[in-house]
Each structure stands twice: as C-alpha cells, then as structure tokens.
Design a protein around this ligand. Sequence first.
Ligand SMILES: [Zn+2]
Length: 333
Amino acid sequence: MFKILKSIKNIFVHIRTSLKFIFLILIATTLIVGIISLFYRPMYSVTLNGEFIGYTTNKSKLQNRINEYIQNGDKNIAFIDIQSLPEYKLCLLKRENASNDDKIFEKVKAQGTTYYEYYAIVEDDEEKYYVSSKNEAEEIINDLKEKKSRNISDIAYTQVHSTELKDFTDKDTVISKLYEKPIVVASSGYSSYSGKKIISNAKPSSAVLGIGLIKPVSGTITSRFGARASGNHKGLDIAAPTGTTVAASAGGTVIFSGWDSYGLGYCVRISHGNGVVTAYGHCSKLYVTKGETVSQGQAIAAVGSTGNSTGSHLHLEIRVNGTPQNPQLYLYK
Ligand SMILES: [Zn+2]
C-alpha cells in the first residue's frame, strides 16, 4: 500500500518537473522571438532577371500594382510587354532595411514596352491625322462621304500598332481639314464650282458666225464632222486626257448642263446669241449649271469618256439655228 502511494507521488513529481521544464522552454522561446523581432522582421527580397532590386513587406500589394499596370485600362494601350516578372524570396532582415515598393515598381515598368493602338486617317497613303478610336475614324470617313468631299476616294483609315503614341486630332478638326468642296457631276443637279478662272487667252477665230470662237481644248482630231460608217457625225472629236479643262469657246448662257441621253454623256450646251449654240460632250465633270452666264475661255467642264464613247475625248458641236456646222470651218482648221 505504501509502495503504491510512493510510486504515485513519484509520478506527480515527474510530471511537475516536466511541466516546469516545458514552461521554461516556452518563456525562453518567447524571449528569443521577442528579442529577434525587436531587430528583425520577415521581408521579401525581390529580384528581377536575377538582379536584386529591393525589399518589400507586402508582396501581394506590390504584385497587384504590377498586375494592374500590365492589364491597364487605357483604351489606347493594346498591351504591355513585360520581359520578366519579379521573383520574391522570404527572409528575415534587420528592421533598418526599408520596404521600397516604388523603386521596385519603377524598375519593373522600365523594362516593359507599351504597345499603343489607335487609328490613322490616311490620304493618298499618307498618315495625316490620328484619332483614338475606330468609331471616330469611321465617323470622319462617313461625314466626308456625306458631304461628297472631292478627295473621298483617296481617304481611308487604318489601325496603328506602335510603341509610339501620336497626338490625337479631334474629329471635327480632321473633317474640316480634309474636306474638299465637291466638283459635282451634273447628275446631282447642282454645281458648286466657284473658280471662274479664264483658262485661255487664245485669239478668237475669224467671226464667220458673228462671234469669235476659241479652241475649248487642245489635242488631236480623232474624228471629223460629217458622214461616218455608223451615221452622220454632228461634231468634231478632239482627243485629250480625262480631266483636261474644257473652256467655253465663246461667252454666253448655259442652256444645258447634265446627262445627254442621245450618247454625249455629261454635256454642256452654251447659247451665244445669233442662233449659235456650242455643245461639249463626253465630259467627266461639269463645272457650270443651266442658266449660268459664262465668259469666253471659262472652265466649264473636264474631258472624259462618258456616254457613247470609247476613249477620253471632247465632242464639240457648233450649231446655227439647230443645224450642225462643221467646227473645222472655224476651229482646228
Ligand atoms: Zn463625236
């Protein structure tokens, strides 16, 4: 009985000793950790491409900042190409080592390349203006189309991917800079040609008709007045490149400017008084409208090949009281 009591007492003594020991270890550990944490703290050492670039205490905050930079929300940045991302290593460092997130962020940024995306408005294959969005580019083209800008066929837009960001021009400025007043072909019912330039100072031919005539264009005669295999030719054909200015042979009133459905295509007829009318056929552009007074030598149209025509030329008619005359009696003799 006594023996049992003694052994129980022994066990208690043993447990007490053990507890004391564990307690001592705990206190010692706390003390050591406390002392260490007075001078040291856990930090991340950050390296980029193997090169040390700084310390941070808050790895996730720094990494979020970098991620936000890469997946930026700027609509004109297509993407940012970062060569490599920083690597983090946890270590215990003396407290005097400061966290330098800003420096790390700048270093990461510095080795990235930004690719911008925007749109260029192109005229004759030359990038003229830059706009931020595809919408703006399309609106510019559509607006110029609606206004029938003369250069619309030379204007386009293209997407630009570049590491260089250009200055953007606002939509309305681009439109007003690019817009060219149309030279309207007669089908649209009006003409906006405003340059009343005299393009010829040629001396009028002898006044058989009571008026002096000048050549509307210079060029080679390709078909004369008179009988032809395909019927009577009521005028004179003068070959000239498309776009060549056609001058009024004499001053007068425009009595027709538009599409001639008898084969002359876009055509101008001018009444000079005394029953004399001149006609200019197959034009590509018409610069005058019906009722307009024109002076001799004034630009009235441009040579073309509209209507019943196989090549660019001017069909010139001179009629007196409705009867076609041989133009070579007066011009291109
Ligand atoms: Zn002809």
